[in-house]
Ligand binder design. Structure first.
Ligand code: NAP
Length: 251
């Protein structure tokens, strides 16, 4: 594994945490495959252009991660255009707020389909090539919500707990092939999704008060820890779920 032989796929990369991860990896010398759904083609192209400014190869591919055929086609196109994939960051995710009693069934299904099944489908699609090259870095974006959670997010919390459970077993299956699998658990991060928790100043201030660093996180705060899990520096770290939350959940 040479330092410059690093090609990473980032899902949900058009904005928010996914965009910050993409730019963070580009700044560290990764070549990139950037994914989002077709409806986000314009912002995804903008992220790709910003990433290219760091000098690496960057392509943009549209796919809904909850659709197996689209995921398989995305990974095939990645290999055709980039040669292989060394790292995958499963970042695409959605949040739909509702209490349990009134939660529409379609909220449960869509959140599970994208957050949990989408992660499974992407991992399943990349495993044959990662096993064949005896190298891989899988970084799944879960959430402190999967460990702790907040009212009106039970289905979201369940989806992120599923990602962590999936990752712990995946790590055991793929470790002998030189593949690591870890989770990052962001806390409260200022993105379009994060604003659900932050629009009300009282709620925003309450979160700051619960955070050891006494501030709301920026998407860029997540990029460095993800890059660590995508690098050779984390070669003997697997099956872990690392909180990147400024000190909300202390362990
Ligand atoms: P965001 O701003 O809503 O960005 C998520 C991106 O994923 C969007 O571009 C979205 O496209 C895309 N996406 C949605 N469904 C997709 C699908 N089926 N296939 C491919 N891409 C899809 O969210 P974020 O705050 O950056 O969150 C990124 C990840 O961090 C998520 O997994 C989230 O659960 C996790 N997280 C966020 C926070 C936080 O406070 N922000 C905290 C903990 C964990 P659309 O815009 O079309 O939906």
């Amino acid at each position: 594994m040479t330092q410059n032989a690093r090609i990473a796929l980032v899902t949900g990369a058009s904005r928010g945490i996914g965009k910050a991860i993409a730019l963070g990896l580009a700044a560290r010398g990764f070549d990139l495959v950037l994914n989002d759904i077709a409806a986000q083609a314009t912002p995804l192209d903008e992220t790709a252009a910003e990433a290219r400014a760091h000098g690496g190869r960057v392509i943009a591919l549209h796919a809904d991660v909850s659709d197996k055929a689209q995921v398989q086609a995305m990974v095939a196109a990645s290999v055709a255009q980039m040669g292989t994939l060394h790292a995958v960051v499963n970042n695409a995710g959605i949040l739909r707020a509702s209490d349990v009693e009134h939660c529409p069934e379609e909220y449960w299904d869509r959140v599970m389909d994208i957050n949990a099944k989408g992660t499974f489908l992407v991992v399943q699609a990349v495993l044959p090539l990662m096993k064949a090259q005896n190298y891989g870095r899988i970084c799944n974006i879960a959430s402190i919500g999967g460990k702790h959670g907040a009212p009106e997010q039970a289905h979201y919390s369940a989806s992120k707990a599923a990602v962590m459970g999936f990752t712990r077993v995946l790590a055991q299956e793929v470790g002998p092939y030189g593949i690591t699998a870890n989770c990052i658990c962001p806390g409260i991060i200022l993105t379009d999704m994060g604003r659900v928790n932050l629009d009300d100043p009282a709620i925003s201030n309450a979160w700051k008060a619960k955070t050891a660093m006494a501030r709301i996180g920026d998407p860029e705060d997540v990029a460095g820890p993800v890059a660590f899990f995508c690098s050779n520096d984390s070669a003997f770290v697997t099956g872990q779920s690392l909180n990147v939350d400024g000190g909300i959940v202390l362990s």
